[in-house]
Design a protein around this ligand. Structure first.
Ligand code: SAM
Length: 336
């Protein structure tokens, strides 16, 4: 039986983000800096990862509790072997909008299999069109053109609209904001600007590194006039803007300067089966242990319902310079 659950602030559970691996083929300086994720870094061993069967079982249980959107992420989800098999299994779960976030390094070769398996849409990360800037951010010498090829392959395969995530970091790629907007206007793809967030500890985040959403909007509006539009649904993370000349829309994700905790309906499942009720949570709840100890579906339903009902998370609303030293988990582990 399906039963929506609500937390202490009356927020329902709607979105499930599943990290399928903590490995990545990029070393983005703001996410998995090389100095900390070098050759000697120990990633999760295979037996610690949830199997596709375990993930699908949990997904079905989450759907019984109100989840309507599942996003596969990581780490880099296309690095997990036969990811299309998991996509196929999740695509059989009724009433779910299934999507994925990827750096697109392997997308051109994988996109047909993903589409055939039942993936509905895709989000691709791209932080600049300038090769030097992009390479300095991905830190593995990966060229812009191959990401653009992946985006076009996804659109051609029908994974539309393609969303493009650009994290904006002060002094690093803020000069790419307008050129990115200009490039993607009129393509049908939806570019989303993301304020650089204080996830994890390894990126050395400081408030001064954040380019506020208001500034991003002003930069674009000065060159390409835009106006705000209504959200698609409650809890949508991006505020939506459209170009006044009709050449499409963009999104702005202002989780630092305009936090949206009050509408947060998201939960995150790490690759090793820990559940986090906030991107900034300190501790995960071990679902793998429950699964592998032989819990029934009903026992897991009850466990999740109890967990969600006592949820009080609102980190971004109480964030301040003082919170940067609090213990946090890395985004590559918990899933972006
Ligand atoms: N590897 C995939 C990718 O690159 O899209 C999926 C995982 S990645 C952690 C998901 C998204 O989180 C990417 O768009 C990335 O740019 C974003 N991200 C990572 N660290 C971030 C941070 N500190 N602030 C804001 N966004 C961040």
């Amino acid at each position: 039986m399906n039963q929506d659950v609500f937390d202490t602030f009356g927020r329902p559970l709607r979105d499930l983000r599943i990290s399928v691996t903590d490995r990545c083929n990029f070393r983005c300086t703001y996410c998995m800096p090389k100095e900390l994720f070098g050759h000697d870094h120990i990633f999760l061993p295979q037996e610690q990862l949830l199997t596709y069967e375990e993930i699908t079982r949990l997904a079905r249980i989450f759907v019984r509790q109100g989840v309507r959107k599942i996003r596969l992420t990581g780490g880099e989800p296309l690095l997990r072997r036969e990811i299309e098999r998991l996509v196929h299994m999740l695509a059989q779960v009724p009433e779910v909008d299934l999507t994925m976030t990827t750096n697109a390094a392997l997308l051109t070769q994988k996109v047909q299999a993903l589409k055939k398996a039942g993936l509905k849409r895709i989000t691709v990360s791209l932080d600049s069109l300038d090769n030097e800037v992009f390479k300095s951010m991905n830190d593995v010498d990966f060229p812009v053109q191959r990401v653009l090829d992946g985006i076009e392959a996804a659109a051609a395969a029908g994974l539309k609209p393609v969303k493009i995530n650009m994290v904006v970091k002060r002094g690093v790629n803020e000069d790419s904001v307008v050129s990115m907007a200009r490039f993607f206007a009129g393509t049908g793809h939806i570019l989303r600007f993301i304020e650089y967030m204080d996830v994890g500890h390894t990126n050395g985040w400081r408030m001064n590194d954040v380019v506020p959403a208001s500034e991003i909007v002003a930069m674009i509006n000065a060159e390409l006039p835009i106006e705000p539009i209504e959200p698609n649904y409650r809890g949508e993370v991006a505020t939506r803007w459209r170009y006044r000349d009709g050449s499409g829309e963009i999104g702005v994700i202002a989780s630092v300067t305009q936090p949206f905790c009050r509408d947060c309906t998201r939960v995150r499942l790490s690759a090793d089966g820990k559940l986090f009720t906030c991107l900034f949570a300190i501790r995960g709840h071990d679902l793998k242990e429950l699964l592998r100890a032989g819990a029934t579906d009903q026992e897991i339903v009850d466990y999740l319902a109890a967990l969600w009902k006592r949820r009080t998370d609102r980190y971004s609303e109480i964030r301040s310079e003082n919170t940067i030293d609090l213990p946090k988990v890395e985004m590559s582990y918990i899933g972006g």
